[in-house]
Design a protein around this ligand. Structure first.
Ligand SMILES: Nc1ncnc2c1ncn2[C@@H]1O[C@H](COP(=O)(O)OP(=O)(O)OP(=O)(O)O)[C@@H](O)[C@H]1O
Ligand SMILES: [Mg+2]
Length: 510
């Protein structure tokens, strides 16, 4: 008789159903796992054998075959331990088959039968709900599964014995409950930054519409400081966004204690980050920093120091909101609608363009440094901003009165206006002006004749690309939303155009 347990394999953020089949046959005594499993799965048989032995169950002297079906789907990870063990327990008659057929099973086993948490429990639990199944997972993953819905039947035992006792009715496992993470850690506040008023305003506009932003300035101007304060002015995630973000965090094993958070992701990978670290993939398909920044901010400090290939890989997701990982044997996409905030010095020595400064290498210092960033990548930066050095007089000023909370209120109200506008148009999948494209952009950002003339003249004078033209329109829409204005006025357009102007220190090297 073939015993079965249902589990999943992960493809991108999707959990694809996998059927684990176990059968004892007559013949040479051995234990085989077939069905395109990776190394973790082939090692699984040792963990399963030891865990069963630890609870007093030896495998009979027969040939044991475990098949992971569909056999042509590559399978990775240690979460197959528990479904394999359950299918074997069912084949041994310890667990009734009709019990197991009601659950989707996921979990890693340690040698003593304890269940260890695994990644991807949330997407798997969503699949369980879609298939009208319950879920069996390790205790430490139970809270995460509970987010899939109140109706989901969840068994989250600490070890194999608890699970078997539950099946036999000698011990009842209680259902875990979903918890939101407590946000007690205070975020750095924008009121710690003195001067740099133009930069703070630009940060507010970027936050309001979800626009990409590049800051250029000398060392110590406060670029990193400003970027790190972005999370303090962004609105919290709405429930749907929270689930999207958490699915990716779950796959990366980054959901702490299975608690979800309303805080927008802020990812700041180091400039030595490799291609798989940023885009995702590698030997095992895993979400990269771009996906982990979905619905949040991807902060790339010292932009020109990143590998050129890595920077070019940003280009497509910045437009489409998806990162595609294509390898010889797999092909997955991760949702990656992030807002890019980048910071850089204008040249290697950091001071090009500063009054009275001449680089030791002359103009080459800036040209060489800036040429590491391609034109198409620069073209995608909606807001390009030059930060002047902070003067000592600025630093001796009292702290600004306006705090992040004040700015966050304005940003939230601008975002509400956008969400409402999209929902009236029946475009509920869109959230921010940065996501509006083509006809939608024409509908939400119409210009009057004077505005049209201003944009046309500026586009010619500034040599704007078609993309640049549309990006200016989106930023202008956000500025008008911040001002609570239905119409885009010339004033809003002029501010948007000023952000599009290449910073003076960048023009030096052009
Ligand atoms: N506007 C400011 N108000 C108060 N302190 C500031 C300001 N700008 C810079 N500082 C101080 O200078 C330090 C360095 O700032 P920050 O790291 O943001 O500079 P940066 O522009 O990122 O420099 P680099 O180009 O070298 O990375 C901060 O930790 C802070 O102490
Ligand atoms: Mg810095």
């Amino acid at each position: 008789m073939t015993a079965r347990a249902a589990t999943v394999a992960f493809q991108g953020i999707e959990a694809v159903p996998v059927d684990v089949q176990a059968q004892f046959l007559n013949g040479q005594v051995n234990f085989h796992i077939v069905g395109l499993g990776d190394k973790a799965i082939s090692e699984s048989k040792e963990r399963v054998r030891a865990a069963l032995h630890a609870i007093g169950l030896g495998l009979p002297g027969k040939r044991l075959i475990v098949n992971l079906s569909p056999a042509d789907l590559p399978k990775e990870g240690s979460h197959y331990d528990l479904p394999i063990a359950m299918a074997i327990l069912s084949a041994l008659g310890v667990i009734p088959p009709d019990f197991l057929s009601r659950y989707l099973v996921l979990g890693e086993l340690s040698l003593d039968g304890t269940l260890l948490p695994v990644s991807g429990v949330l997407p798997a639990a969503m699949t369980a709900v879609a298939q009208d199944l319950g879920m069996i997972c390790p205790k430490l993953s139970g809270r995460e599964a509970a987010w899939a819905g109140e109706k989901l039947d969840i068994l989250a035992p600490e070890n194999l014995v608890q699970l078997i006792n539950h099946v036999k009715g000698t011990q009842v496992l209680s259902r875990p409950t979903a918890h939101l993470a407590v946000l007690d850690q205070k975020l750095p506040d924008l009121n710690e930054i003195k001067g740099q008023e133009a930069a703070k305003r630009a940060l507010e506009v970027a936050a309001a519409g979800g626009h990409h932003m590049l800051m250029v300035g000398p060392p110590g101007a406060g670029k990193s400081m400003l970027a790190q304060r972005m999370p303090s002015i962004l609105p919290p995630l709405d429930p749907r966004e929270m689930l999207d973000v958490s699915m990716i965090a779950s796959l990366s094993g980054e959901l702490k204690d299975g608690q979800l958070t309303k805080r927008r992701p802020f990812r700041a990978p180091h400039h030595s980050a490799s291609m798989p670290a940023l885009v995702g993939g590698g030997i095992r398909p895993k979400p990269g920093e771009m996906a982990l920044a979905h619905h949040g901010v991807l902060f790339l400090d010292e932009l020109p120091e990143f590998q050129p290939r890595v920077l070019e890989a940003l280009r497509q997701p910045m437009e489409t909101g998806e990162a595609l990982v294509a390898r010889a044997n797999y092909h997955v996409t991760y949702p990656s609608r992030f807002q890019l905030i980048a910071a850089m010095n204008p040249c290697k020595c950091g001071l090009a363009g500063e009054p009275g400064h001449t680089c030791r290498l002359g103009l080459r210092c800036a040209t060489d440094y800036q040429s590491r960033i391609s034109g198409p990548l620069l073209d995608r930066m909606d807001i390009q901003l030059e930060l002047p050095a902070v003067r000592a007089t600025d630093l001796s000023l009292p702290a600004p009165k306006e705090s992040s909370a004040d700015i966050a209120r304005r940003v939230a109200s601008a975002r509400n206006i956008q969400a409402l506008r999209f929902s009236v148009l029946g475009l509920d999948h869109l959230r921010t002006n940065a996501q509006a494209d083509g006809e939608v952009l024409d509908t939400i950002a119409p210009l009057d004749t004077a505005g049209m003339a201003l944009l046309r003249d500026a586009a010619e004078a500034m040599n704007l690309s078609a993309r640049g033209y549309h990006r200016v329109l989106r930023v202008a829409r956000s500025i008008a939303d911040l001002a609570g204005s239905d119409h885009i006025m010339r004033l809003h357009l002029a501010e948007a155009l000023s952000y599009r102007q290449r910073p003076a220190s960048m023009r030096l090297a052009a």
